[in-house]
Write a protein of this length. Sequence first.
Length: 202
Amino acid sequence: MIIHNKKETDYFTLPDILLENKNIAKADTIAENLHHNQYRKHKKDKYPYIIHPRMVATILYELGYNEDIIIAGLLHDTVEDCAYSLHDIQSDFNENIAYLVEKLTNIAPEYLSKEEKKEINNQHVLTGTNNSMTIKVIDIGCNAKSIFEYFSKNSANQWFSSKQKLINKIVIDNTVLLDEVKNILNYYQLQLSTSPPIKSIQ
């Protein structure tokens, strides 16, 4: 399993081998500073948001992706959620990383309805490359358990429905990864349809 048996709380830091790379270490520091005071909710505790991009980046490393893609994994939420721009990424790193993050950043105007925004943002993802869509697939897979456990049933159903529509349109080289994330989404959607929900994946 690539994602199924992993827990976000195992990713408070990147593996040492990644931190030995000066550019990845730089990106990790930038991401940690930008996501300061942002949190992931787990049961009764709050954990730093940075554990999520570190999880995404580590999985990319384990799958053999290169430095640029790992850095994009670390920075994938920074433009959307923090005071950091694509120009900043290009200046701090390179144009390729900025491109990857741009394809992972929501672009829909806020005045649109939720459904309209989802459609535009999903279509934007699909204009990306194999590499940017691979990051997105990992991102969705890593988010699924948290969404299931900590969102209301209605909000979770909306999230899973949107992501399933997106994932069914994505085509990437790593079909094993893609199939696993499809199965994760199907698993949690099935649980949401039960009352009360059955126990989540550990």
